[in-house]
Design a binder for this molecule. Structure first.
Ligand code: GUN
Ligand code: ZN
Length: 445
């Protein structure tokens, strides 16, 4: 039996915070508490120090949150992050497709998967829904590297049998064989889950989309991940390719690809009927603010999604997005929503990146909250890193006279907006330290 007791300021959620409610009752803040972990699971949360039989890690004065969940990110695109001067379709042709061709080589795929997962952990992300490439080896490498780290990873080889260059196309039968083999080998093994991964409607023939829908029908519990309605040129192209569909989203619906385990990135250019379809099928949108700003794709309207009642999680979409940090991503989310006329609270944002994502993926029994019974996927964060953030945090806590101490929301919002991976002190996956080495606070002498 392995035991570990962590001390710190515990922040998590017990429900869905309204987008603009700074006093949300769904927030659970337990300052200076102990989190007790046994064999990888949280077994208790308490104010008193545990007995001597609990090895202690003292993170007093630091924040402890559930590990972040990135619901849409591309492993091979670390090669093209921060590439200049393109919108979606030319960005794919100019930068992304050439980079993804490298992943046909198993050695590249293995090294790429390890670099990528270690980078996620170094940014405080302990679980993710990940795009590999069209090559089966790229998804295999991710499953293997995630298994070594004990991480919850949802991925699968990418399906694309048209409108992609030589070396990045599969065909319906070969893709079906590869997917079936990955489902048999990886789905439900450890913390791995298989996602039927349609890149987007443009790069799959109707026959391949039908095959993808067949996989979902034959195998209970698979995920589905794709892109939808990200960019107006893309939307027009999909209309030309699928003239019989009511909308871009409807292309997926017609092929049996929408259910409670479907994760669709972006969803900027949807209408009310699309939003109702998401709600009715249980599919959800991964909001990717950093990517949407960087590629100039548009401004996702979260309030409209809430009004209709479909789910929204949060995602970096690296390499369209420019940081793996979910905190940087949340800071961008606030700005995008501000341009849409909504002031997103830190609670709404942090919930979407933790418990909200876990619920949207049907994994809330396993992760997303600091609650007995959950696996101990969690991160320890400094409240501030660097002189400006330290000063700002001192203002929030009332240490800069004559300014009065601010609310908890004001302090956490400033943290969310200013923090990044430099604030990360430690990351644990199923109770095992996997991120930066924890730096502990010594007992006073
Ligand atoms: N649409 C199809 N492929 C991609 C991709 O790799 N990134 C983004 N942002 N959108 C896509
Ligand atoms: Zn993407």
């Amino acid at each position: 039996m392995t035991r570990r007791a962590l001390r710190g300021d515990l922040l998590d959620f017990t429900g869905l915070p309204a987008l603009g409610d700074v006093d949300s009752p769904a927030v659970r803040f337990r300052p200076d508490h102990w989190l007790l972990i046994e064999d990888g699971r949280i077994v208790a949360v308490q104010a008193e120090a545990p007995g001597e039989d609990w090895p202690r890690e003292d993170h007093r004065g630091r924040l402890i949150l559930p590990g972040f969940v990135d619901t849409h990110v591309h492993c091979p695109q670390l090669d093209v992050i921060a590439s200049y001067g393109a919108t979606l379709l030319d960005w794919l042709q100019t930068y992304t497709f050439p980079a993804e061709q490298r992943f046909a080589d198993p050695a590249v795929a293995r090294a790429g998967a390890e670099l990528f997962l270690d980078a996620l952990l170094a940014h405080g992300t302990t679980a993710a829904v990940v795009f590999a490439t069209v090559h089966a080896v790229s998804a295999e490498a991710l499953f293997e590297a995630a298994s070594v780290r004990g991480m919850r990873i949802i991925t699968g080889k990418v399906l694309m049998d048209r409108h992609a260059p030589e070396g990045l196309r599969d065909d319906v039968e070969g893709a079906r064989r590869d997917c079936e083999a990955q489902i048999a080998r990886w789905h439900g093994r450890g913390r791995n889950a298989f996602a039927v991964t349609v890149r987007f409607a443009v790069t799959s023939t109707p026959e391949q989309l039908a095959m993808a829908g067949g996989l979902l029908q034959r195998h209970e519990g698979l995920y589905m991940q794709t892109h939808v309605a990200e960019n107006l040129d893309e939307v027009r192209w999909v209309q030309e390719l699928f003239p019989q569909a009511r909308s871009y989203l409807d292309v997926y619906h017609q092929h049996g690809l929408l259910n409670q385990r479907s994760v669709l990135a972006h969803g900027i250019w949807l209408d009310d009927a699309d939003r109702a379809l998401l709600r009715d099928t249980g599919a959800h949108i991964a909001f990717c603010p950093s990517s949407n700003l960087f590629l100039g794709s548009g401004l996702f309207n979260w309030a409209e999604a809430r009004a209709v009642g479909h789910g929204v999680s949060l995602a970096s979409d690296v390499g369209g997005g420019t940081s793996l940090s979910m905190l940087r991503t949340l800071a961008e989310a606030y700005k995008v929503q501000a341009l849409r006329g909504t002031r997103m609270t830190a609670w709404a944002g942090l919930h979407a990146a933790t418990l909200g994502a876990a619920e949207a993926l049907g994994l809330a029994h396993e992760l997303g909250a600091l609650e007995p019974g959950r696996l101990a996927d969690l991160c320890v964060w400094d409240w501030a890193s660097g002189p400006v953030a330290e000063h700002r945090d001192a203002v929030a806590t009332g240490q800069v006279a004559p300014l009065p101490a601010q609310s908890l929301h004001a302090r956490v919002f400033a943290w969310m907006t200013l923090a990044d991976e430099r604030n990360l002190r430690a990351a644990y996956v199923a109770g095992q330290p996997r991120g930066p080495q924890p730096r502990l606070i010594p007992d006073p002498v």
